[in-house]
Design a protein. Structure first.
Length: 352
């Protein structure tokens, strides 16, 4: 059974909801406290909802998956072997009514989705690190590459994303998987992490993975690539590491793509040996609705954490709409003309 249908993941989400419900009930004896809490919570959620609503438009679907004409004619676009379009095309032509029912159920009714998945017979897809042929480059340059996926990404799709990234930078890439339980639950997780600033289990899991890999490669640079809400998880995981006094922050470089984080100060930095670490860079498409409610909504008058690089590409997919334009050098610095992304050093070195 695929990871995005995991009953354990569902059970954890239900426990979170139950815990909040019990907490509110416990304070029913204090109606003013409960009323003020709910009023405050409504205000926070309402403000974030207004920001998101302002960016909604009739082209919102295309700002996620890209221009529909390109999607329907993906073969003419010659997509990358590991592009999301390649996966969508093969999925589209082999689609069945039962698969559609499972997809809808999982996206909007997790319990029904889990039940239907148990009845269905899904093929297991091997995971693991992508780009194993490039491991010698990791060892020579002492670089460890990690990727944190965004919303609605199965283990199989994350593996394709990691393989695409590996082909771009010629490095082996390990995926730290953020399990998906469908659109509804994933969006709730984003609200907890982004709007309410609550540290979830997945944040601590990512932090533990970073600690583990750092311990295994003590003198290696750790390059963390995150996409969409994966940036929310990464930011919260880094807060956990800073709070714990993690000593490997000076070796960390963080690159976000389609970052859904709404404030620059969500990314922690601490002074180490006269410089601020970790190092950050952010890549955003101006016609990507997630970027507009995230990294592109940051107050430009404030000193943000890391440079922001933008392109005019339409779409939010990690491989097709970020990695391919990056290889074509379509990103420019939003605030400092002529300043090239540090990330391009890895791309240029891999293709020279």
């Amino acid at each position: 059974m695929p990871a995005f249908l995991s009953p354990i993941r569902l059970f954890r989400a239900q426990l979170i909801v139950l815990r909040w419900f019990c907490w509110i009930l416990w304070h029913v004896a204090h109606p003013w406290t409960t009323a003020l809490l709910l009023l405050r919570l409504t205000g926070i959620l309402g403000a974030d909802a207004m920001v998101c609503a302002r960016e909604l438009n009739p082209r919102v679907l295309q700002e996620i998956v890209g221009p529909l004409r390109n999607l329907l004619n993906s073969r003419a676009q010659a997509p990358h072997l590991h592009s999301e379009w390649t996966a969508i095309e093969s999925w589209f032509w082999s689609f069945r009514v039962w698969d559609l029912a499972v997809l809808v159920a999982v996206s909007f009714c997790p319990p029904a989705g889990v039940f239907m998945a148990m009845l269905a017979r899904f093929r297991s897809i091997p995971g693991g690190a992508a780009g194993t042929d490039y491991f010698q480059h990791n060892a020579i340059n002492k670089e460890l590459w990690l990727q944190v996926n965004g919303l609605g990404t199965t283990e199989a799709l994350q593996y394709e994303n990691c393989a695409h990234l590996a082909d771009i930078v010629h490095r082996q890439v390990h995926g730290i998987h953020n399990p998906t339980m469908g659109l509804a639950v994933d969006l709730c997780e984003c609200i907890f992490g982004r709007t309410l600033n609550i540290t979830l289990g997945i944040d601590r899991l990512v932090a533990s993975h970073i600690r583990k890999y750092a311990a295994q490669h003590r003198d290696w640079k750790i390059i963390l690539v995150c996409h969409s809400p994966g940036a929310i998880i990464t930011a919260n995981a880094l807060k956990v590491l800073v709070h714990e006094g993690f000593e490997g922050l000076g070796r960390l470089e963080v690159y976000t793509f389609g970052c859904a984080v709404d404030t620059a100060d969500s990314f922690p930095q601490v002074p180490v040996a006269g410089r601020m670490v970790p190092l950050y860079e952010h890549f955003a498409n101006t016609r990507d609705v997630i970027s507009r409610i995230g990294v592109l909504s940051w107050d430009r008058r404030l000193a943000g954490v890391g440079d922001v690089f933008v392109s005019e590409v339409e779409g939010h997919l990690f491989g097709e709409h970020y990695l391919r334009p990056l290889l074509k050098r379509q990103f420019r610095n939003r605030d400092q003309l002529g300043v090239a992304p540090r990330f391009m050093r890895y791309v240029t070195a891999a293709h020279n």
